[in-house]
Design a protein around this ligand. Structure first.
Ligand SMILES: [Zn+2]
Length: 183
């Protein structure tokens, strides 16, 4: 997926004339669009609405206080790097990624991670350091899957199912943690 397009689940509907966007209770984005509309047109529409999406998300999800640069963020980064030392080579081998992508850890407000398959770069949200190893592993596998499949199509989910059969439960846990901050 294009780095700047917010992630969404797409439903195609008969008789629709335009695109509908809805931010659902867990903060995820649901998009409905006519069958005839191309994926890139829909992506463009979603990108154009990213400001609105952010606003809706901040209204309906009760996120923990936004992480800021500082000692806590540095501690979380150190923990993530430690986990990645083990997780990255393990998952690259399992998934057949021959050259490990470069990773950067960033404080991000709207996503858990991103992947630029062409530049072989993966970004992970420092916030994952607060969410535990299972969550970090899920996001890592998700981003590595994007090295093979750029969109969230059937091929993408087939990779997730094959390598991390419980990925849906991990994603749900990540979302429920979003709704119930620890403090
Ligand atoms: Zn993705």
């Amino acid at each position: 997926m294009n780095e700047s397009t917010p992630e969404y689940t797409l439903t195609r509907k008969k008789g629709m004339r335009r695109v509908w966007l809805r931010v659902v209770a867990d903060g995820s984005l649901a998009v409905s669009a006519p069958y005839s509309m191309s994926r890139s047109t829909i992506d463009g529409f979603v990108r154009a609405k990213s400001g609105w999406i952010e606003k809706r998300r901040s209204l309906i999800t009760d996120l923990p206080p936004q992480l800021e640069a500082g000692p806590e963020a540095e501690q979380l980064k150190a923990w993530i790097w430690e986990q990645l030392d083990e997780l990255m080579p393990m998952w690259c081998e399992r998934m057949g990624v021959d050259v490990e992508p470069r990773v950067s850890l960033k404080i991000m407000t709207s996503r858990w991670g991103s992947c630029n398959a062409v530049r072989r770069r993966v970004s992970l949200n420092v916030e994952l350091g607060r969410r535990g190893r299972d969550a970090l592993e899920y996001v890592l596998v998700h981003e590595l899957a994007h090295l093979f499949e750029s969109n969230h199509g059937l091929g993408f989910y087939a990779i997730m199912d094959r390598h991390l059969p419980d990925w849906k439960a991990r994603r749900a846990a990540l979302r429920s943690l979003q709704k119930k901050p620890q403090r």
